[in-house]
Design a protein around this ligand. Structure first.
Ligand code: HEC
Ligand code: HEC
Ligand code: HEC
Ligand code: HEC
Length: 425
């Protein structure tokens, strides 16, 4: 039983995860871009900023494998067996070839991982400045989407070039009052937000809750997707100028053909009022995220088997597996990918976990080594993911699981207890 499960999973997921993008790079000139992982070593000093290079940005989008999660990158989508979102959504849509029992077991796991916004027409919606800062420090924009944009190992220079590629013509949001919004009525804007079905998809944290009015008449599945992909409107003012907001509200599909947001069907005056409200309503600071309440180490015995079932094989193994010469590499956390250099960390079995990872000098290091605060690196990575969620900088240890829901306090307690007990088998 166990071996069949393992085989199916290997075929389905782990072995196909990472890959060497340069081998299949359709554009030979991409070689000149230089590997993204090297570029991350030395951020360009701000004082000597060269003009951003959108052509290099385009190659970087390929090198960082943005097309494994996003459509609309200007590159072909990654192959299905590498594409995080396409593969998960194929499983959800019963289009993935695997035994029915496996599909049924996977569905609850991948349900929340089956959508990401497409990057089509990024430049018609957002400013370059916002894209640059988001790539360097992504935060949670969509309350109904459980998948996050991962924190990549990206230098300022790379972020600027990618932003220049995604936003070819910048219109920096003008400071202060926008002439396009002169004479707008914010009160009417608020009323429209409440009565035009916006609240069925969007939240607007920091203002009085928008009532979740009746959803617009549209296909149920498309509505679900739209709701998951609808950003919290509190971020719009950081991302969009008044001109871009007005064009969006007039006809979203004219800006971004694949958007699930329906056309609001408003008069010019209504669009102006609504845009003025979204951009100008007074918003209170974001509610502070509750800090993780860590649990004490357990007195009962914790075995590798238990940690493996609940944590390593459930969540981590996917990106940290044993490379196999016949069916693929070991995922981005082992043989590299998403712009990361190979870390050689195999979390698929006891010996793999014990063998540790490759540090910045390329030397083997233990994931159990403790920091000044007496926290093993493995546990630190799990805690760092919680810190990332609150928007904090996390220093040299990246949050794990990369770009996914942080582990619960109980699961972290389990890992910590296992390490504290001397890692019994
Ligand atoms: C592992 C999957 C994954 C990878 C790889 C990834 N992203 Fe994302 N990205 C996401 C998800 C999921 C979101 C939505 C997050 C949210 O709304 O909170 C997102 C959001 C974004 C956004 C904001 C889009 C919007 O409409 O709000 C931009 C811009 C973006 N990503 C660019 C990139 C670029 C450029 C790369 C490559 C350098 C990249 N992403 C790689 C998953 C990914
Ligand atoms: C070929 C299909 C496929 C691809 C490609 C794929 N996945 Fe998955 N993913 C799965 C399956 C199947 C599962 C459920 C595995 C299980 O239940 O043991 C899963 C589960 C996961 C989980 C665990 C969720 C949990 O409950 O803890 C994460 C995280 C994940 N995938 C992330 C990714 C990321 C990131 C990528 C891209 C780098 C990716 N996946 C690419 C098929 C895939
Ligand atoms: C079916 C769900 C749905 C409904 C209903 C909906 N939207 Fe949206 N909206 C979205 C999605 C999804 C996006 C993100 C665009 C994309 O990536 O496709 C979006 C984007 C936006 C944006 C851009 C904000 C940003 O940060 O990117 C604004 C502004 C906006 N919507 C306002 C509205 C208003 C006002 C209404 C009501 C008239 C409304 N929306 C109704 C789904 C919806
Ligand atoms: C979506 C893919 C992905 C998933 C899922 C994932 N990892 Fe990782 N992991 C990576 C990548 C990529 C790196 C390399 C990061 C770097 O070089 O900064 C990494 C690095 C690490 C490291 C070394 C970090 C360091 O200190 O430098 C540890 C420890 C780790 N992961 C643990 C885990 C654990 C435990 C889980 C499951 C709870 C997990 N990872 C899930 C992709 C993933």
């Amino acid at each position: 039983m166990r071996s069949i499960r393992a085989l199916v999973l290997v075929l389905a997921a782990a072995a196909v995860l990472a890959g060497c993008p340069s081998k299949s790079n359709p554009d030979p000139a991409a070689k000149n871009a230089g590997p993204a992982v090297l570029a991350s070593a030395a951020p360009t000093p701000v004082s000597a900023e060269p003009a951003p290079n959108p052509a290099r940005g385009k190659h970087l989008v390929f090198d960082y494998q943005c097309n494994r999660c996003h459509d609309g990158t200007g590159h072909p989508a990654a192959a299905d067996n590498k594409h995080c979102v396409h593969c998960h959504s194929k499983i959800m849509d019963d289009k993935f070839e695997a035994p029915a029992a496996s599909i049924a077991r996977w569905k609850p796991r991948v349900k929340e991982l089956a959508a990401a916004p497409s990057l089509e027409a990024t430049g018609k919606r957002f400013s370059r400045k916002w894209v640059t800062s988001y790539l360097l420090l992504p935060t949670d924009l969509r309350p109904h989407l459980h998948q996050f944009m991962p924190r990549l190992a990206m230098s300022l220079a790379d972020a600027r070039d990618i932003a220049a590629y995604l936003v070819p013509e910048d219109d920096p949001a003008p400071a202060g009052a926008s002439p396009e919004l002169a004479g707008a009525d914010l009160g009417k804007g608020r009323q429209l937000l409440e009565t035009k079905g916006c609240g069925s998809c969007h939240v607007f944290t920091g203002v009085a809750a928008v009532p979740s009015s009746a959803p617009p008449a549209m296909d149920g599945k498309r509505f679900d997707l739209g709701r998951r992909l609808a950003p919290d409107l509190r971020f719009a003012r950081d991302r969009m100028s008044a001109a871009k907001m007005i064009a969006w509200l007039e006809d979203p599909q004219a800006i971004k053909g694949d958007t699930p947001m329906p056309k609001p069907g408003l008069s010019k005056a209504e669009v102006k009022d609504l845009a003025a409200y979204i951009l100008g309503a007074e918003i209170s600071p974001p509610p502070a995220k509750a800090k993780l309440a860590r649990l004490p180490v357990l007195a009962r015995k914790v075995t590798f088997k238990e940690v493996d079932e609940k944590v390593f094989h459930r969540t981590c193994w996917h990106c940290h597996s044993e490379p196999d010469y016949a069916i693929g590499d070991g995922g981005p956390g082992n043989s590299g990918g998403l712009g990361f250099k190979p870390r050689g960390l195999n979390l698929s079995d006891y010996n793999g976990v014990a063998a540790g990872y490759l540090d910045d000098k390329g030397e083997r290091a233990s994931v159990f080594i403790k920091d000044e605060g007496d926290v093993p690196r493995l546990v630190k990575a799990l805690l760092a993911r919680h810190d990332e969620e609150s928007g904090a900088e996390t220093g040299p240890v990246r949050g794990m699981p990369l770009g996914y829901e942080p582990l619960s306090a109980e699961d972290i307690q389990l890992v910590e207890s296992w390490v504290a007990q001397g890692r019994p088998r």
